[in-house]
Structures are given as C-alpha cells and as structure tokens.
Design a protein around this ligand. Structure first.
Ligand SMILES: [Zn+2]
Ligand SMILES: [Zn+2]
Length: 281
C-alpha cells in the first residue's frame, strides 16, 4: 500500500522528496508554489531534474499536487472566477512540468448559491481550463466537508460535475476521510466502510478513485466542519481506519495524510499508527 504525507516544498522540490523519503513515504503530496498567493516563481530546471531523479531513485509514486488555496472554481465573483481558471491552468502546467501524476482540487464555494448553480459553475470552469490546456496529468476532484457554501460534499454532486465535462478521461477523485466523515459518510465500522465503497461505486465509480486523503476528524460526525486530526485520535478512531485500510476497495489506493504537524513527532507517529492497522496476509 502506498502511503505518504503532504510535505513542504520550502527550499525546493528536491528537498520535498527528501522530506517524504525520510518519513518513509512511498507516495507524496505537495503544493507547486506558495498556496496562499497568486504570484508564481518560475520553475528551477535543476531543482526539477533533481526532484524527478530522487523520486525515481526512491520509488515515490504517485506524486499528488494540491492546487493553490485561493482558487475557487465555483466563485460567483466574475473576476475571481476568471482568475481561478487561469491559476488552475498554471497549477496544471506545473504539475506536468514536475512529472507529477495528479492535480488535486477542491470544487469551490459560492455562499448563497444553490448546489445546482455551483455544479454548473465548476463544470464550466473545468471545461474551460481543459480547453486552454488539455491535461496530461489527471485532475482529481476532492470531496469536501460541506462548510459554508462549499460544493462537492456529496458524491452525487462530484459525479454530476464529472458528467458535465466534455472530456472526463483525465478526471478522477481523491476521497478525503475527514471531509467525508464531517459531511455524513460514516466509516467507524466495517459495515459503514462497505457502504462508502458501495456509494463510490454507484456514483463516480471505483475506477475513478485514484487517491485518498487519510485524515481523522476532530469534529463530530456530520458536523460539516473540516478539522483534520491525528489518525485514530479523532472522531473516526482506530477501528474505522482499520476497516478502511484493509477493505478490498481501498487497500490499493494511494493514501496521503494531511494530519497536523505541530511537532517533529507527529508525522512519524501517524505513519506508525497507520502501518500498525494494516493486516498483512
Ligand atoms: Zn484533503
Ligand atoms: Zn480538509
């Protein structure tokens, strides 16, 4: 099973692979630039060559890139909407320049608008972005917790977005366990995990599930509050993760932890916890 963390790119992309390797990652996630600003520094060719060499050498795959946080593909503000599409394309180009397999994006939000309006809005944005830059990397739509004005908190909504795309051959999903739990997809028991697998199967289809964000949830089931927590220490708990990690539908899906990093010990501890839950046959 491929396991990894979201790691920092501070100091360069080649350093990010080094961080991942030191944490024992076999897959990883990064931002491809400062995630909270619009400005982009040109990519450093030497750094990228090194990045590719190291991930090859250490067999770290796949690499997930997460889009910039300012991008909102469902925005009701025309200027921000346009900018978001433009910036999404930049993230997609950088993902491909890095040789990363996947670009993970949230579907966006628009307070006061209906889900249907937002589904239209985000599918148009994705259609435009893919027209401007036909993707070579695969774009992964991430389910959300359903916080204020979010879209994509129900798998049916994610599926509806996909069904409106002119070309969905380069589209998959990244399922976040914390978001899903906060949005009402319980995974605390084997039965619940079965139900989630079934739900994914009948909506987007299991073949589109290319990655998972493995996060416990600090807040209650169905709270719609997105607060990631350490594996096993949140409201999902160890039994839930054990059921998920060993489920036939999910065991071969690469998993990235986006758990809190308050101390140096946090990532190693979460990795150890996850590994201890995997039943080896
Ligand atoms: Zn996530
Ligand atoms: Zn989150």
């Amino acid at each position: 099973m491929r396991l990894g963390f979201h790691v920092s790119i501070s100091g360069g992309f080649s350093l990010s692979v080094q961080r991942a390797f030191e944490l024992g990652c076999t897959c990883m996630q990064i931002f491809c630039r400062n995630p909270r600003g619009w400005t982009v520094k040109p990519l450093d060719k030497k750094d990228i060559t090194e990045f590719k060499k190291l991930r090859g050498q250490w067999d770290i795959a796949p690499v997930f890139v997460h889009t910039n946080y300012l991008i909102n593909l469902a925005s009701s503000r025309p200027d921000l909407y346009e900018k978001s599409i433009e910036q999404f394309v930049i993230d997609l180009e950088r993902t491909e320049a890095l040789g990363a397999e996947y670009l993970v994006t949230h579907l966006g939000s628009a307070s006061g608008q209906t889900p249907q309006w937002m589904i239209d809005r985000v599918s148009s944005a994705l259609n435009m972005a893919m027209k401007l830059h036909p993707p070579k990397a695969t774009i992964l739509l991430e389910n959300t917790a359903g916080e204020k004005g979010d879209i994509g908190y129900e798998l049916e909504q994610v599926n509806e977005v996909i069904s409106r795309l002119q070309d969905s051959s380069r589209i998959g999903i990244c399922y976040d366990t914390c978001h899903g739990f906060a949005a009402g997809y319980d995974i605390r028991t084997k039965k619940n995990v079965d139900a989630l697998a079934k739900k994914i199967e009948i909506t987007v289809g299991l073949e589109r599930l290319k990655g998972m964000h493995l996060n416990d949830c600090l807040r209650d089931f169905g709270s719609h509050v997105d607060r990631h927590w350490h594996i096993g220490d949140g409201k999902i708990g160890l039994d839930g993760f054990k059921a998920l990690l060993n489920h036939a539908a999910f065991k071969d899906v690469p998993k990235i932890m986006e758990t809190p990093k308050e101390t140096e010990e946090d990532d190693p501890k979460n990795m150890k916890t996850v590994k201890s839950l995997i039943i080896r046959k």
